[in-house]
Design a protein around this ligand. Structure first.
Ligand SMILES: [Zn+2]
Length: 52
Protein backbone atom coordinates (compact mmCIF):
# COMPACT_ATOMS: atom_id res chain seq x y z
CA UNK A 1 0.00 0.00 0.00
CA UNK A 2 1.18 3.48 -0.87
CA UNK A 3 1.82 5.55 2.23
CA UNK A 4 0.61 9.10 2.66
CA UNK A 5 2.99 11.59 4.15
CA UNK A 6 2.25 15.17 5.16
CA UNK A 7 5.10 17.48 4.24
CA UNK A 8 4.32 20.98 5.34
CA UNK A 9 1.23 21.93 3.38
CA UNK A 10 1.59 19.31 0.71
CA UNK A 11 0.99 15.60 0.63
CA UNK A 12 3.46 13.09 -0.62
CA UNK A 13 2.87 9.48 -1.47
CA UNK A 14 5.53 6.94 -0.64
CA UNK A 15 6.20 3.71 -2.41
CA UNK A 16 6.54 1.27 0.46
CA UNK A 17 8.80 -1.01 -1.51
CA UNK A 18 11.56 1.45 -2.35
CA UNK A 19 10.77 4.45 -0.15
CA UNK A 20 10.66 7.02 -2.91
CA UNK A 21 8.13 9.81 -2.45
CA UNK A 22 5.90 11.22 -5.14
CA UNK A 23 3.47 14.11 -5.41
CA UNK A 24 1.21 12.01 -7.57
CA UNK A 25 -0.46 9.02 -5.97
CA UNK A 26 -0.88 7.36 -9.36
CA UNK A 27 2.87 7.34 -9.95
CA UNK A 28 3.53 6.14 -6.42
CA UNK A 29 1.12 3.28 -6.96
CA UNK A 30 2.70 2.36 -10.28
CA UNK A 31 6.13 2.50 -8.74
CA UNK A 32 5.07 0.20 -5.96
CA UNK A 33 3.46 -2.25 -8.36
CA UNK A 34 6.62 -2.26 -10.43
CA UNK A 35 8.90 -2.61 -7.41
CA UNK A 36 6.91 -5.52 -6.04
CA UNK A 37 6.81 -7.28 -9.35
CA UNK A 38 10.40 -6.77 -10.44
CA UNK A 39 12.12 -6.33 -7.09
CA UNK A 40 13.73 -3.17 -8.38
CA UNK A 41 12.76 0.33 -9.39
CA UNK A 42 12.13 1.75 -12.80
CA UNK A 43 13.74 5.04 -13.80
CA UNK A 44 10.43 5.81 -15.49
CA UNK A 45 8.99 6.41 -12.05
CA UNK A 46 11.93 7.35 -9.88
CA UNK A 47 12.72 10.32 -12.09
CA UNK A 48 9.46 11.80 -10.83
CA UNK A 49 10.38 11.23 -7.19
CA UNK A 50 10.56 14.28 -4.97
CA UNK A 51 11.78 12.40 -1.90
CA UNK A 52 14.34 9.64 -1.53
ZN1 LIG B 1 9.05 1.96 -5.71
Amino acid sequence: MVKELEKGDQKLYLCEACGFGYKDIQIAQKCEDYCNEHNSCSMEFTKHAVLK
